[in-house]
Design a protein around this ligand. Structure first.
Ligand code: ATP
Ligand code: MG
Length: 400
């Protein structure tokens, strides 16, 4: 006997009506997309669960891919049996014996099909007895069993499952709209992107690049981070913005203490323009309150004033250690700590103002004409599509 199916349980069970339908449809599409390398499988979704028929494909890798897809609460290998007591007993025994290090178990029968002649309680006892008789050193514990053997009697068939693999939780990517993620090569912004995706947000990334001050290696790093993020949902476009001319001019013409604030405002303004061209309704950053000079309350007030778009800051109240923990879990940390310079650190003065005044910034900016540089910049954004299955990143023409 072998496991021939994978059963997927959804998260956020409180979702109702139309939301629920959107949730299941999107999850179905995301799972199909992430499992496109397994041509033999079939995927069927219903209101409360999804079933993958393996048709001979190896489940190990499929499970590990599914564990990164948001909207999945848990997964189990499953055996599909006839609605017949002998077949169910045999499958239940296989599901118990297949697990290592089990000392206690419990049987849970769900009889959705009331035509099945044996009531759940009775069936619990019959199967439990069969399992005890055919194993040694294993006992029943109905309160805290090592393993729960689930028997789900449906109209056509019965599904038998045992061990549960945890899913990533959250909402299926694509159910919460789109956001433009400001992605640096640092530790924080990839984590912010991950958390946005976990809440169902589809992302595109924007990266400010200042050659020759920042190297090709810095760009590669951002693409590697993006590839990691794409494992959690979908292919991601990275908009690489040539920022050198604007940074140089800010550096030349804005008083030192304020150059960082002006540069951040430009980054946000440019992000808003790119977002609006892509019909994206929000911007996401990896900012965390008080972490650096640009992330004080005063700085955020002065910087945020350039946009009316919602700026999502998933990390705003988190400690660095908490952020690092997530970065390690999702696999972005080793990439983030590779030593490459970020454009923001190159021109930043040793002591930027930690409490910039909004009127002062606006005053300095009123003497700064970036019209030409901005037009040039917008004409020269490179878009790179990053996919988790491609080895090579495919460049394609910018949309505008
Ligand atoms: P990170 O680890 O994400 O780089 P950080 O703590 O180093 O964050 P900053 O460098 O001050 O903080 O950047 C704050 C946020 O601004 C980043 O989280 C990111 O969203 C955005 N950002 C910074 N540099 C860039 C860049 N070169 N391109 C795009 N976004 C950037
Ligand atoms: Mg940074």
């Amino acid at each position: 006997m072998i496991y021939d199916h994978i059963l997927i349980r959804y998260g956020e069970l409180s979702l109702k009506g139309k939301n629920r339908k959107a949730f299941t449809n999107q999850l179905h599409e995301n799972v199909r997309n992430q499992l496109r390398e397994f041509p033999l499988i079939q995927i069927n979704s219903s209101r409360d669960r999804m079933l993958i028929t393996l048709n001979g494909e190896d489940p190990t890798e499929i499970i590990s891919i599914c564990q990164r897809i948001f909207g999945i609460h848990s997964l189990s290998l499953a055996i599909k049996a006839e609605n017949d007591l002998v077949a169910i007993k045999e499958a239940a025994l296989f599901a118990l014996k297949d697990e290592k290090d089990v000392q206690t178990f419990k049987v849970s029968v769900r009889r959705a099909n009331k035509d099945f002649p044996i009531p759940s309680q009775e069936l619990n006892a019959i199967i439990g007895e069969h399992l005890l008789k055919n194993t040694s050193n294993i006992t029943v514990d109905v309160h805290q069993p090592d393993l729960e053997v689930n028997i789900d009697i449906r109209k056509q068939h019965t599904f038998i499952t045992s061990a549960r693999y945890p899913g990533a939780g959250g909402l299926p990517v694509g159910t919460s709209g789109k956001s433009l993620l400001l992605l640096s090569g640092g530790i924080d912004s990839p984590v912010a992107g991950y958390l946005a995706m976990r809440r169902g947000v589809k992302i595109e990334a924007i990266h400010f690049h200042s050659p020759p001050y920042t190297s090709e290696g810095a760009k590669e790093k951002v693409l590697d981070l993006t590839r990691k993020l794409s494992e959690f949902g979908h292919d991601i476009n990275v908009h690489v913005v040539p920022f050198t001319a604007i940074q140089e001019k800010i550096h030349r013409e804005i008083p030192f203490g304020y150059s960082m604030t002006v540069m951040r405002r430009m980054m946000l303004k440019i992000s808003e323009i790119v977002a609006s061209r892509l019909d994206i309704l929000s911007i996401t950053t990896g900012e965390s309150l008080g972490q650096v000079a640009s992330q004080t309350m005063e700085s955020m007030h002065a910087i945020n004033a350039v946009t009316s778009y919602p700026v999502l800051r998933p990390l705003i109240m988190m400690d660095k250690s908490e952020i690092i923990k997530i970065a390690e879990e999702i696999g972005t940390y080793p990439i983030s700590i590779r030593p490459f310079d970020d454009c923001c650190t190159i021109f930043v003065p040793n002591s930027p103002k930690t409490k910039p005044k909004k009127d002062k910034v606006e005053y300095y900016e009123s003497h700064l004409d970036l019209t030409k540089e901005l037009a040039d910049l917008l004409d020269n954004i490179e878009v790179i599509k990053v996919s988790n299955s491609d080895q090579e990143d495919a460049p394609f023409n910018h949309l505008f």
